[in-house]
Design a binder for this molecule. Sequence first.
Ligand code: NAD
Ligand code: TYD
Length: 357
Amino acid sequence: MQCMNTTAQKILITGGAGFIGSHVVRRMVTLYPQYQIFNLDALTYAGNLENLRDIEDAPNYTFLKADITDQEAINALFEAHGFTSVIHLAAESHVDRSIIDPLVFIKTNVMGTAVLLNAARQSWKGAYEGKRFYHVSTDEVYGSLGETGFFTEETPYDPRSPYSASKASSDHLVRAYHHTYGLPVVVSNCSNNYGSHHFPEKLIPLMINNIRNNKPLPVYGKGDNIRDWLFVEDHARAIDVIFHNGKNGDTYNIGGFNEWKNIDLVKTLCAIMDKKLGREAGTSEKLITYVTDRPGHDHRYAIDATKLNKELGWEPSLQFEEGLEKTVDWYLTNEAWVKNVTSGAYQQYYDKQYHER
Ligand code: NAD
Ligand code: TYD
């Protein structure tokens, strides 16, 4: 069952050159040849067109280089292409960077979302049949949990980092455009993703890269913070399901039912990589180094994805260990990708972030 008008969709996907966006673009281009897919991305440090090499020549795919904070440029693109839907992923996405430089997060995540909402509203002019503005957000807007309990769609917002506060603000704007102007929106809040094409500033790809290169594995604080991990292709599938069948104005939580303490996760990665790299068991664990904690570090995130499961039938497809193995294999066979994204600016960021701890 598909609730959206699916015949002549022209879908604007923002942030499609990033980690999750590239998986969403690939899925939509491949599974729905009848749709025109437009990938709009500013190609910041996190955006990489190499992520989409395999589908870049598909007849239903177009790349548009633009900045979502540029209202004139975004309006002009709506005018030129007549987008019928938006799947909005473009964002500054890394908590540690938001602690170093919050304003770029406010600009991109808050202003950028407002610009897109304005452009959609102006372009669709109240003719909302078959239209949809899908906003992709994070579970971090709900704040931090103690040892028990889960985030549901009713959990009050309590963002605690500049990143999560900027995402919370963008979520509020999306819902405000729905309530005030009737814009057809849907929002999803997802837990931590992992998988291929993940920029190695985030925990899992950073640890894989450092294990491979025999570099220290920087675990913040005591390593007892907890995250709920979801394979990125399962997130892309959830976005597809919600885009087509989600209820106008609703919010859906997406999660892996898969909570891990950081230190246990890092040790599991070490064990997987010792095997893959032919190292004696226990070798990589010796690289673990406890470093100064992240300021305001949220203790635990855990998503209750029951609504998405009950209403739209979605569930995660992979066990975590299987997903981690696939992810490690991808990084080990795509060394050139890693080399490319970790040269230059990445090295400067890494030195600033870790050598002063
Ligand atoms: P990412 O950092 O890998 O990619 C972000 C993309 O947005 C990049 O391609 C970048 O070039 C682009 N971008 C940044 N600023 C832009 C601008 N001003 N104009 C146009 N494009 C711009 O991020 P990700 O991890 O793929 O996350 C995608 C979305 O999913 C974000 O909205 C994030 O908040 C959300 N999310 C991420 C996770 C996660 O675990 N990574 C979990 C839940 C939700
Ligand atoms: P991260 O991948 O940055 O995602 P988020 O902070 O958005 O959940 O971090 C995941 C967890 O790993 C988080 O508790 C912080 C911790 N962490 C480390 O211990 N060391 C690191 O080098 C990084 C990047 C993260």
